[in-house]
Design a protein around this ligand. Structure first.
Ligand SMILES: [Zn+2]
Length: 441
């Protein structure tokens, strides 16, 4: 029996315990956040430390900070490298499991005071708490710690399983990545597997419209005076799910929530199984027959490209953004509207290049200071590049390559160079001249 037990233990270690967050979070009516997390997994090398990111602290160090770290009963020394990065002393050999308990606290600012997109902010009817906990940095021979820039998306994270006990002020409803269960008024349990990050919103006085497509439960949440826009958001999401499922394979999660919230400098933001969309666009959706559906077509596509197939959004933002933007075009193509998108991308790419002539589709986020030319070059230019590849390769080879890329990097962090290799391998005609013309390589 001992031998058998030992074999079982060795077997588990070889497979590696998946990364897991068990958290207790509470939010007070005045926006104070208290949290505890036990983060466990398998060391991918001989580690001497664990590195965690506190993304909301990029806006202000008081928004989120670590207050303690423990290994069983032993308090661990740690240091803040910068407000968004902490190194915790933790010795663990390669292949062994680790488990660290963290305590943290923070403050959710009123929307407007946050100076960010509104993804960590509270307004009278909606609070958004994205990345409201320490996120383990990815390991790739060393800890991947990218600067948290004020434009684009800063998050670079591995998928993990989450189990969260969430306490919220009375009268608020929680909507989150993963599955929400209301245990008692103001008390939720949220569970999710393979989530690239955990985020939740708290809503008050919202309306909800449910629907489903290809077995995925979709819920559209919106202020009650925005019903027509909220229903349109749901319809676009359901249609997009159908189109993408057919061309790329099934949606990676059983549920998808779409929520109108105040945002600034972003029309939509993607999380695993959760999409935030700028409430202001709901107010003028009928005057915006192209851009309004584009928000949802784009963010739904991120469920495949970002949530499932991860990207290093700081070093290679084109990998998920060009794919998500091009995939959004497939929704419009199914509606007979691809020419409108191509026109929009053409204009965007030209405008982006004139604003930032030195940057390329494959440039890192740092090459777009203040976000100059970022959307035009990376999103629109990247989508045009993928369209040129599809034109050359033909639909069969192009979509075969995308599905293969998805298979290879499911729940991992993809590399752009590998996407280009797979496309070239699946193509029966050379693509080198297109890579040279569009990417300069
Ligand atoms: Zn995007």
């Amino acid at each position: 029996m001992r031998g058998l037990a030992l074999l079982l233990v060795v077997g588990l270690a070889a497979a590696g315990a998946p990364l897991r967050y068990e958290m207790t979070l509470s939010v007070s009516p005045d926006g104070l956040l208290q949290g505890e997390a036990t983060v466990s997994g398998t060391a991918l090398a001989d580690w001497t430390e664990l590195v965690f990111r506190l993304y909301p602290a990029a806006l202000d160090p008081t928004y989120l900070r670590l207050t303690g770290a423990w290994r069983e009963d032993e308090e661990l020394p740690w240091r803040a490298v910068d407000p968004t990065t902490v190194e915790i002393c933790y010795l663990v050999p390669a292949g062994q499991t680790f488990s660290v308990a963290l305590e943290f606290s923070g403050r959710v600012p009123p929307f407007g005071e946050d100076r960010g997109y509104g993804s960590f902010a509270r307004s009278p009817q909606a609070w958004v708490l994205a990345q409201a906990y320490p996120v383990l940095a990815p390991w790739n021979g060393s800890w991947t710690v990218r600067p948290a820039l004020p434009w684009g998306d800063s998050t670079v994270a591995e998928v993990a399983d989450y189990s969260v006990e969430l306490g919220v002020p009375q009268g608020w409803t929680a909507v989150a990545t993963g599955r929400e269960e209301e245990l008692a008024p103001g008390q939720y349990r949220i569970e999710g597997e393979n989530l690239r990050e955990f985020a939740f919103v708290l809503l008050r006085g919202y309306a909800v419209q449910p629907g489903s497509a290809n077995g995925v439960l979709v819920r559209s949440y919106f202020p009650p005076d925005r019903t027509a826009a909220g229903k349109t958001a749901l319809a676009v999401t359901l249609d997009a799910l159908q189109v993408y499922t057919e061309l790329l394979g099934p949606h990676p999660f059983p549920e998808l929530d779409i929520v109108a919230v105040p945002l600034r400098g972003a029309a939509g933001i993607e999380y695993p199984g959760l999409i935030l969309a700028g409430e202001a666009y709901y107010g003028r959706f009928s005057q915006d027959p192209l851009f309004f559906p584009m928000i949802f077509a784009h963010e739904v596509a991120h469920q495949w490209w970002y949530a499932e197939v991860g990207a290093d959004q700081v070093a290679e933002p084109w990998v998920d953004e060009a794919l998500a933007t091009y995939t959004s075009g497939l929704y419009f193509e199914a509606k007979g509207r691809l020419p409108e998108l191509l026109h929009y991308w053409d204009n965007g790419y030209a405008a982006g290049r004139s604003r930032n002539p030195g940057a390329r589709i494959t440039s890192p986020l740092s090459a777009f200071p203040g976000g100059a030319g970022y959307g035009g070059i990376v999103y629109s230019g990247g989508a045009l590049f993928l369209h040129a590849l599809r034109d050359r390769m033909g639909d069969k080879a192009f979509f075969r390559a995308l599905r293969r890329f998805r298979e290879e990097f499911r729940w991992l962090i993809a590399r752009g160079a590998r996407l280009l290799e797979i496309l070239a391998e699946e193509s029966s005609v050379p693509l080198d001249d297109l890579y040279h013309a569009w990417l300069g390589r």
